[in-house]
Design a protein around this ligand. Structure first.
Ligand code: ATP
Length: 373
């Protein structure tokens, strides 16, 4: 199947009755890219993937593969490979039979079928299991068969819908590396749906964050992780502390804040004026127990301590009752009083609910990372 240089989604929309599951998604995917569609349950990820696959007709917009408009084309004629969460293997066929199935359907000559199926099985390290039936394999091995079955057809686009969610944690990590390796070594273009931000960050060249069917941000892992476009993205990307603050002064992009009567400094992510209310987004790992000389101390009382090996995950209460979460190597116990501190460039300040401006329109940035070796 021929490769492409650009897959363009133009205001791709899908409604179910009056409910817009996907609203005017604009995205340009370059050949060779690994794109992750990310967001919580119900945000429209699978809808977007199914629209790409042709399994769901669009209710608005268009999809172009280079110069060709493809949204009216039947799924089997798009030349895309699909890998689902539930493998969907044929139980009565052997592993090799499962992988060869699509080639047979495509009327590939017999000698080529055997060669290509064996090669695909080699790629996913399943040669030794080729004669077994899916029921005799572990979950991870079955997922590999599903991947081999998709890549054997040399698809111009591979679509994956939460392919690792049925696997245990160790296998998920192993298969994650495997998927990225295959993507690179075969020069695939991949669109990967997940609700797991860590999985998306580690796999993708670019992430697309969805909320209620609306794209919130598209960018490289570094951009989305370090510069979330709005509060929602920040929350989803691990900024667990969303604290009510008051702006006391502005200095260019930096803000002086009051958090539970203690001073705090942060980076303005929305336009805020002195006296305005904001939300300070801070990751648990960026909130620390203050050393002796630290300025900007926020008093807190420890409530809950969870043991996480080298570190403790701690929940504490500020003087105004707000709860904070942080990580520390200090052995703290419930009831203890500590002062906390956060580096100013690790505190992102968004406008508070109601005063928040509309998020900047998500920008469709060009790919910044080479996806193929
Ligand atoms: P999950 O991670 O749970 O699979 P998702 O982000 O993939 O979630 P979608 O399956 O795309 O979400 O669903 C988006 C929205 O569209 C949801 O509100 C869902 O209830 C709705 N929806 C999806 N499919 C249908 C359908 N066939 N009929 C009616 N509503 C639907």
């Amino acid at each position: 199947m021929s490769r492409f240089s650009t897959l363009r989604l133009e205001r791709v929309s899908r409604s179910f009755g009056r409910h817009a599951a996907l609203h005017a998604l604009e995205l340009e995917i370059q050949g060779g890219e690994f794109i992750a569609l990310l967001g919580p349950s119900g945000c429209g990820k699978s809808t977007a993937l199914n629209c790409l696959a042709g399994l769901l007709p669009l209710t608005g917009g268009a999809i172009h593969l280079d110069a060709e408009r493809i949204d009216g084309i039947a799924p089997e004629r798009r030349g895309f490979g699909m890998v689902f969460q539930n493998y969907a293997l044929f139980p009565h066929l052997t592993v090799r039979g499962n992988v060869a199935f699509g080639l047979k359907m495509a009327k590939v000559p017999k000698a080529d079928i055997a060669r290509r199926a064996d090669r695909a099985l080699e790629m996913v390290h399943l040669t030794a299991h080729a004669h077994k039936r899916p029921g005799q394999l572990s979950g991870g091995q079955q997922q590999r068969v599903a991947i081999a079955r998709a890549i054997v057809l040399e698809p111009r686009l591979v679509l994956m819908d939460e392919p690792l969610s049925n696997l245990d944690a160790a296998l998920r990590l192993e298969m994650r590396t495997e998927i990225r390796r295959l993507h690179q070594s075969l020069g695939l273009t991949t669109v990967y749906v997940t609700h797991d931000q860590e999985e998306a960050l580690s796999l993708a060249d670019r992430l697309v964050l969805l909320r209620d069917g609306v794209m919130q941000q598209v960018g490289t892992p570094e951009e989305v992780y370090g510069r979330p476009a709005n509060r929602y993205v920040a929350g989803f990307m691990g900024y667990r502390n969303m604290l009510d603050v008051t702006v006391t002064a502005t200095h260019g992009g930096h803000l002086s804040l009051r958090l539970a009567d203690a001073p705090l400094t942060g980076l303005a992510r929305d336009s805020l004026a002195p006296g305005g209310h904001g939300i300070a987004a801070i990751r648990p790992e960026d909130l620390d127990v203050a050393g002796e000389n630290a300025t900007g101390r926020i008093p807190a009382e420890i409530e809950v301590v969870e043991y996480h090996g080298r570190e403790l995950a701690v929940q504490a209460r500020l003087s105004d009752g707000q709860r904070v979460h942080f990580r520390t190597a200090d052995r703290l116990a419930p009831g203890a009083r500590v002062d906390l501190t956060a580096a100013p460039d690790r505190v992102l300040v968004f406008a508070a609910e109601g005063t928040q401006q509309l998020p900047e329109p998500a920008k469709n940035l060009p790919r910044q990372k080479a996806a193929t070796p």
